[in-house]
Ligand binder design. Structure first.
Ligand SMILES: *Cc1c(COP(=O)(O)O)cnc(C)c1O
Length: 361
């Protein structure tokens, strides 16, 4: 054991040893409101139809390396401009990694906002890039455009990630400020639209109007988290370079066929998404009415809440003991003190959460 540990010490990069692994808590038996999943399952008849499609798949063969049929379905359902190129990832996490590998290097910078999606920083570390975070405004997590443009000027980032709406704060950023960012950025600006299904705002129709704009989407938050499928759209000269860093056959045949099937039933996904948006507004009002809970307005399928000083950890644990799992953010970033992130569930799940919260506060 001593020997193994000293070998690990000798060979594993210090920046890898220094970070802790992405933590996923055990959720068996709990009402799962921690990971922005769609709470609705498919009706039995649709499942049967899906299994019929899977029955015809030959798993002895490699999947199609470029998944043209699935890409076509994605182009149609996501209104991707015809002139744009598209590359698929095993979740958008993999696309973030491919982007970093494409433009990375020891003196190259990934810049993002803080607090935001933690994978931007983690992947900068994995790929040996330097990470720069620009703080959002403490009062409402809005964009400090002056600070952002200054940091861009100073750091000359190769890659800028903007989650729009942002995770974990659930807000959109000022569009005019982002357009100025596109003009000022020396390198790529990736608008990460993981929550596109829950807002009407998007940069998708602007693709091609800026030489450095890419738009990233995922099927995860709209009801297909288990499939692991993300996409990156943008000018073909960028996409064809990024595509070179993609591992061959990164999208398995079961994912290709299942995602294509799901997109052919997009009205069902849309109906679920609409229900989530509606439930979000009800949950927000109910949370705001609880004394001691301050929810922040949401354009996504989750709500960030701040609790009174010293309460977040105990409330998080109390909820878990009552069978409801939410995400604790206290301790993850200075601007997120006493914050919990609650994914919008079904009406029944939201009620369970609210009842448990009332008991705890
Ligand atoms: C959840 C999330 C993703 C990751 O999506 P996957 O496709 O499941 O990897 C990307 N960006 C943001 C901002 C997210 O919140």
């Amino acid at each position: 054991m001593q020997k193994i540990n000293s070998l690990v010490e000798q060979w594993v990069r210090p920046e890898i040893r220094a970070i802790s692994a992405y933590h996923v808590p055990e959720a068996a038996g709990l009402v799962k409101l921690d990971a922005m999943e769609n709470p609705y399952v498919w009706p039995e008849a649709l499942r049967a139809e899906w299994l019929e499609v899977l029955r015809r798949v030959d798993v002895n063969r490699y999947p199609h390396p470029k998944a043209p049929q699935l890409k076509l379905a994605l182009r149609q359902t996501m209104a991707i401009p015809e002139h744009a190129g598209v590359v698929l990832g095993n979740g958008s996490d993999e696309l973030i990694q491919m982007l970093a590998m494409t433009v990375g290097g020891p003196d190259r910078v990934i810049l993002s906002l803080e607090p935001s999606f933690v994978m931007y920083r983690m992947i900068a570390t994995f790929t040996g890039m330097r990470y720069v975070g620009v703080a959002l405004r403490a009062a409402d997590f809005s964009l400090d455009a002056g600070a952002l443009l200054q940091a861009v000027e100073r750091e000359q980032p190769a890659l800028i990630f903007i989650a729009y709406p942002n995770n974990p704060t659930a807000n959109l950023f000022d569009q005019g400020a982002l357009l100025r960012l596109l003009d000022a950025a020396p390198g790529l600006v990736v608008i990460d639209e993981a929550y596109a299904a829950f807002t009407d705002a998007s940069f998708m129709s602007r693709l091609g109007q800026h030489p450095n704009l890419l738009v990233m989407r995922t099927l995860s938050k709209m009801g297909l988290a288990g499939l692991r499928l993300g996409l990156l759209a943008g000018p073909e000269p960028w996409i064809s370079q990024i595509d070179k860093t993609r591992l061959p056959y990164n999208i398995g045949v079961l994912t290709q066929v299942s995602a294509d099937f799901a997109l052919r039933h997009k009205p069902l996904l849309d109906e679920q998404t609409r229900a989530i948006r509606q439930a979000r507004d009800g949950l927000f009002s109910a949370l705001a009415a609880l004394s001691g809970v301050s929810p922040y307005p949401s354009q996504a399928n989750f709500i960030l809440c701040r609790l009174p000083r010293g309460r977040a950890l105990a409330v998080h644990e109390g909820l878990r003991q009552q069978g409801v799992l939410v995400k604790n953010l206290h301790g993850s970033h200075p601007l997120l003190q006493e914050c919990l992130r609650i994914t919008v569930g079904t009406e029944a799940e939201n009620k369970r959460l609210l009842d448990a919260l009332r008991g705890l506060l």
